[in-house]
Design a protein around this ligand. Sequence first.
Ligand SMILES: NC(=O)c1ccc[n+]([C@@H]2O[C@H](COP(=O)([O-])OP(=O)(O)OC[C@H]3O[C@@H](n4cnc5c(N)ncnc54)[C@H](O)[C@@H]3O)[C@@H](O)[C@H]2O)c1
Length: 327
Amino acid sequence: MSPGTILVTGGAGYVGSHFVARLDDDGQRYVVLDNLSRGCAEFAPRGRLVTADIADETLVERLCREEGVDVAVHFAAYAYVGESVSEPQRYYENNVVNTIALLRALRRAGVGNIVFSSSCATYGEPPSGESIVESTLQQPVNPYGRSKLMVEQILADYEAAYGLRSIALRYFNAAGASERHALYEQHDPETHLIPLAIDAALGSRSLEVYGNDYPTPDGTCVRDYIHVDDLADAHVRAVDRLRRGGDPLRANLGIGRGASVLEVIAAVEAAAGASVRYRFGPRRSGDPPALVANPQLAQRELGWQPRYRKLDDIVRTALLGYRRAHG
Ligand SMILES: NC(=O)c1ccc[n+]([C@@H]2O[C@H](COP(=O)([O-])OP(=O)(O)OC[C@H]3O[C@@H](n4cnc5c(N)ncnc54)[C@H](O)[C@@H]3O)[C@@H](O)[C@H]2O)c1
């Protein structure tokens, strides 16, 4: 039997649009559901975007039946840590309550599989010095991370009670842009380091580096940057696993190596051929010194290997994306 259609929620966003481009390359059937509260309509191929909210249960149920959806890949969410602290209600409503509505519609339509965008934010501030494995205690320190952990828990309960099979992929720091498709990272406001550093090299902004007294080699925070196309590849493999009847999974997606803020700045300066205007500011609360994935479980269970292993390569593609976005 040929596979059904993939429902991609949030497919007009940064990570979701890269997954959609990969589905196009592979010739897979999909439909994008995005309310365009964030994200970009042009990122979703014409005719494949349904502009609606995941909470519209009637529409989602009908869409799934009409399109023959067999798997949902659920990117749609709000994803700014700072905003989640000042507006927790919006985060719990959109990321948790609206996800429950989506799950209800999926169940009614008989969709039995879901891949969920989780986050390293579910780990909170893990003990420093070690890379993070999936069994590391999940103790999120902000509403965004808590909303992601709640959905992971809801999915586990739905799996046990209703047989809705799920894979939650815990991304570390998504970065870069497609080398072939006209996509790029766009968040408003932008909070991610690489696009901010590029803008501080080529645009008008300057960059504030939060803290230079962390217990890391150069005193700045260390993060694990994973290319969006490598995230897309992991999602394709997760969909295949569910379709083949494989077991549920919770897995980290990172390259397994960290880069400090100063290393990112140096990589951006080398790629852009311009210096990054930055200054040191105080630490931000809730920023752990280092967050580095141990990605072995995803490698073993999904047969996944990140192709972009060097920060310089990731930054080079981010610069391509920046140039696309800024003409
Ligand atoms: N970018 C990262 O570094 C990162 C890291 C870990 C996890 N994640 C998760 O990955 C997912 C995608 O992140 P992103 O960076 O692409 O974000 P994004 O904001 O670019 O994309 C999210 C998309 O979801 C849509 N959306 C939001 N609420 C919706 C709703 N109720 N109904 C329909 N559409 C809705 C938005 O319009 C947007 O297009 C999110 O779930 C995020 O929490 C991202």
